[in-house]
Design a protein around this ligand. Structure first.
Ligand code: NI
Length: 164
């Protein structure tokens, strides 16, 4: 296992559309292990998408405080409900947060690390993290949801453990 360096804005890999994963082979399983280790090494993290470690593949990991880690391969949002304003940050945009709109709840389907089909219904922070990480796979950062970069706020300390 290895802690991988996090790519930060404006690294072009963050603007790329990531490719779907075919077979979940040894290299994908290693990527997942490294992503989990990298996520756990970062304070204030609740998720990580493969492009953030320079790999343009559709793999995300989510690690909410007190919850079991979630690994989703080829995740897709199949349903979005409601809308709410949230403060959001990103490991790839260190030192800033911004307020954007996210869904109240989402349903996501994809595959787990064993290639098994999964479907997750989520609200609150988990829904936010899922939208945030799936955005990464489409080359979208939360910055892209702001009307203007002037809306970004600087944060002095590390983000709270509520930032995807
Ligand atoms: Ni992010």
């Amino acid at each position: 296992m290895a802690v991988l360096p996090i790519r930060t804005f404006p690294d072009p890999v963050l603007k790329q559309k990531a490719k779907r994963v075919g077979t979940v082979d040894g290299s994908i399983r290693k990527l997942i292990r490294d992503m989990l280790e990298t996520m756990h090494a970062e304070p204030g993290r609740v998720g990580l998408a493969a492009p953030q470690v320079g790999v343009p593949l559709r793999v995300i990991v989510i690690g909410l405080p007190e919850e079991e880690d979630l690994v989703i391969i080829n995740p897709e949002i199949v349903r979005r409900r409601g809308e709410r304003l949230v403060d959001e940050g990103c490991l790839s945009v260190p030192g800033y947060v911004g307020q954007i709109k996210r869904a109240e709840s989402v349903t996501v389907k994809g595959r787990d690390q064993n290639g098994k089909e999964i479907r997750i219904k989520a609200d609150g922070l988990l829904a936010q993290a899922l939208e945030h990480e799936i955005d990464h796979l489409n080359g979208t950062l939360y910055l892209d949801h702001l009307e203007s970069l002037d809306q970004l706020r600087k944060v002095e300390a590390e983000p709270e453990p509520t930032q995807p």
